[in-house]
Design a protein around this ligand. Structure first.
Ligand SMILES: NC(=O)c1ccc[n+]([C@@H]2O[C@H](COP(=O)([O-])OP(=O)(O)OC[C@H]3O[C@@H](n4cnc5c(N)ncnc54)[C@H](OP(=O)(O)O)[C@@H]3O)[C@@H](O)[C@H]2O)c1
Length: 338
């Protein structure tokens, strides 16, 4: 079968609301030097896609009209100059650039990750970012130890759900926080020992009742007003790890005398520069835990490109749990490359 010249792509012309998304027929991109063209199967609904759509991020290059879609899986359909042609036909995870809300997407070939044979394309577009972020935040930045007590903000999000399972695997007591009863039930279903609705103002008292001396590790990708409680809730020698601020703001800086007096550490974690590389012991251990289903990947719903505007709106209204997935080519992509 020859390569098509046109493809369906979801675009938005300028930063704005999800209502601005338009499904268009556009030319299939041609891979340049060092690039690979991916026939896209699935894309995870990463919050970064919504932030990029609305013009809120500046740490990734964005061109308009813009096609989001950061964390995608698919099959390599073509390669540019300087790229090994044997890559064609390989199932990959591509998450170093946007463009996944389209039938084909370009990616730098040297950033592609081969998808483990035991993991399907739909799971593949979710597990890597969420589990690697949670693992590195807990172990590398949080220096998690067996049997400690861990507090996870926004525990019903994709990273939160993976963090619950990783910390439980380490024999820890896990306390989750999230907004609303349905998210509480969802986080509990992944094994958290206690989950509190932080729309109820008494949640810090509930945490203190479980951990009177404080918790050992706090994982916070949420920020906002709840983050202001972190220092008070941390045990002596405890660690607070910030990985983002989905709620929109970071807490006020903590004075160094407070850190000294309370014996606590505050860390930030950015996955990309510290990620354990493919083939490392940590990489193999994390992939095995997912492939063997010791850690369950929180695939919550699957939508088509036609329903992405609604999905973005629901994500921003905080109505999405775990990770929603956008089906582009779906499982048909595997073994059916052009
Ligand atoms: N540093 C890194 O390397 C790295 C890597 C990946 C992800 N992250 C960060 O980790 C955090 C979690 O990522 P994720 O993939 O788990 O996200 P997610 O699945 O979309 O979950 C995010 C959670 O944030 C909460 N939230 C609070 N305010 C929100 C708002 N205004 N809009 C949407 N959600 C809001 C929601 O929970 P509640 O409603 O229960 O609060 C939601 O479940 C994000 O801040 C992300 O940027 C960092």
């Amino acid at each position: 079968m020859s390569m098509p010249t046109m493809m369906r792509a979801l675009q938005i012309d300028k930063p704005g609301d999800p209502a601005g998304f338009v499904l268009r027929d556009v030319p299939v991109p041609v891979p340049g030097d060092g690039q690979a063209l991916i026939k896209v199967a699935y894309v995870g609904m990463n919050p970064i896609d919504a932030m990029a759509r609305s013009g809120k991020i500046n740490f990734f290059p964005i061109t308009w009209p813009f096609t989001p879609g950061l964390e995608k899986t698919g099959v390599v359909a073509a390669v540019g100059a300087g790229v090994d042609k044997s890559l064609i036909g390989t199932r990959v995870i591509a998450r170093s650039g946007f463009g996944g809300y389209a039938e084909y997407a370009l990616n730098e070939a040297n950033t592609l990750l081969k998808l483990d044979d035991r993991i399907d394309l739909k799971t593949g577009c979710v597990y890597r970012g969420a589990s690697f972020t949670a693992w590195h935040a807990l172990y590398k930045a949080g220096r998690l130890q067996k049997n400690e007590t861990v507090l996870i903000h926004s525990a019903a999000g994709a990273v939160g759900i993976m963090a619950i399972q990783i910390a439980k695997d380490a024999g820890c007591t896990v306390i989750g926080l999230c907004a609303g009863e349905s998210k509480v039930a969802y986080a509990k279903s992944f094994g958290a020992d206690h989950v509190f609705d932080y729309l109820q103002s008494a949640w810090p008292d509930h945490v203190k009742a479980i951990a009177p001396k404080g918790v050992d590790v706090i994982l916070d990708g949420n920020g906002g007003p709840n983050a202001e409680k972190n220092v008070d809730l941390t045990a002596p020698m405890g660690r607070i790890v910030y990985i983002g601020a989905t709620a929109g703001t970071y807490p006020a800086p903590v004075p160094i005398p407070t850190l000294i007096f309370k014996n606590i550490s505050i860390a930030g974690m950015n996955l990309a520069p510290i990620e354990e590389g493919p083939g490392s012991a940590a990489d193999r251990a994390i992939i095995d835990a997912v492939a063997l289903k010791r850690w369950r990947v929180p695939l919550s719903e699957t939508v088509t490109l036609a329903n992405v505007a609604d999905l973005h709106a629901r994500l921003e209204a905080r109505h999405v749990m775990g990770r929603a997935v956008i089906e582009v080519g779906g499982l048909e992509v595997d073994g059916h490359i052009a």
